[in-house]
Design a protein around this ligand. Structure first.
Ligand code: HEC
Length: 209
């Protein structure tokens, strides 16, 4: 390898042989260092640096990794300070108005959610003849009876949010905005059950006659 063993290093004035062995020892050390360093950094995907539910923490004094909410704080988007939207009440009384505008999009959403969450018991038209009822569940009242046609929208919000008699509540499954959309559709169902032919647009009359 070395052709001139007598070559002198200009800076240190040492023979080149010594310089060579020092630098090769250096690179060997470097390689070992890199291997050790990368081995230490190795972290497989199945061992991720995160807390899984109920895992102990060595960081917090109480050893709980799941932290309680700091007192007096509210998570972003969870303030829910609008009484009408989130309780269906105005001054503690069942509301008679919707908290926001009802348009065709809201109605379509309400229909979809109603068919998912309510129709299994109440039936697609709200007669109380859903499949679950046909299989033996308690039969709910028809939405087309006078008492429920005259009930304020806040009553329906209350029933969905808190349940009613044998009916479980759907607060966890249906967010407040969707509850209102369902109520809008429920109102449309009630209207359709009592509409006269004169109230149907002329272009649609032939389809239902
Ligand atoms: C698991 C079946 C079931 C589902 C699903 C269900 N309900 Fe009911 N619902 C009932 C039963 C049963 C009653 C009658 C309860 C009673 O009188 O004990 C009832 C009663 C009601 C009433 C009448 C309350 C009154 O004043 O008499 C309304 C309004 C109502 N439900 C709305 C809904 C809406 C809206 C949904 C969908 C978000 C829904 N329900 C989903 C079973 C269900």
């Amino acid at each position: 390898m070395r052709t001139k063993p007598t070559t002198i290093n200009a800076e240190t004035a040492e023979p080149a042989e010594q310089v060579f062995s020092a630098s090769s020892a250096c690179s060997a050390l470097y390689v070992v260092f890199v291997i050790l360093a990368s081995a230490a950094c190795r972290q497989d995907m199945h061992d991720q640096p995160k807390y899984i539910p109920l895992r102990e923490s060595t960081f917090f004094a109480d050893a709980r990794s799941a932290r309680p909410l700091v007192e007096g704080t509210v998570a972003r988007g969870h303030l829910h300070d609008d009484e009408l939207t989130y309780t269906g009440k105005v001054n503690g009384q069942d509301a008679t108005v919707f908290p926001s505008r009802v348009d065709a999009k809201v109605m379509a959403r309400g229909r979809e959610r109603f068919d998912v969450y309510c129709s299994p018991c109440h039936g697609r038209t709200g007669q109380g003849d859903g499949m679950v009822v046909l299989r033996g569940y308690r039969r709910p009242p028809s939405f087309h009876q006078d008492r429920l046609r005259n009930a304020p929208v806040g009553h329906f919000f209350d029933v969905i949010t808190n349940g009613f008699g044998a009916m479980p509540d759907y607060a966890a499954q249906i967010r407040a905005e969707d509850r209102w959309a369902i109520i809008a559709y429920l109102r449309a169902l009630q209207l359709s059950g009592h509409a006269t032919l004169a109230e149907v647009p002329p272009s649609e009359r032939d389809r239902i006659r």
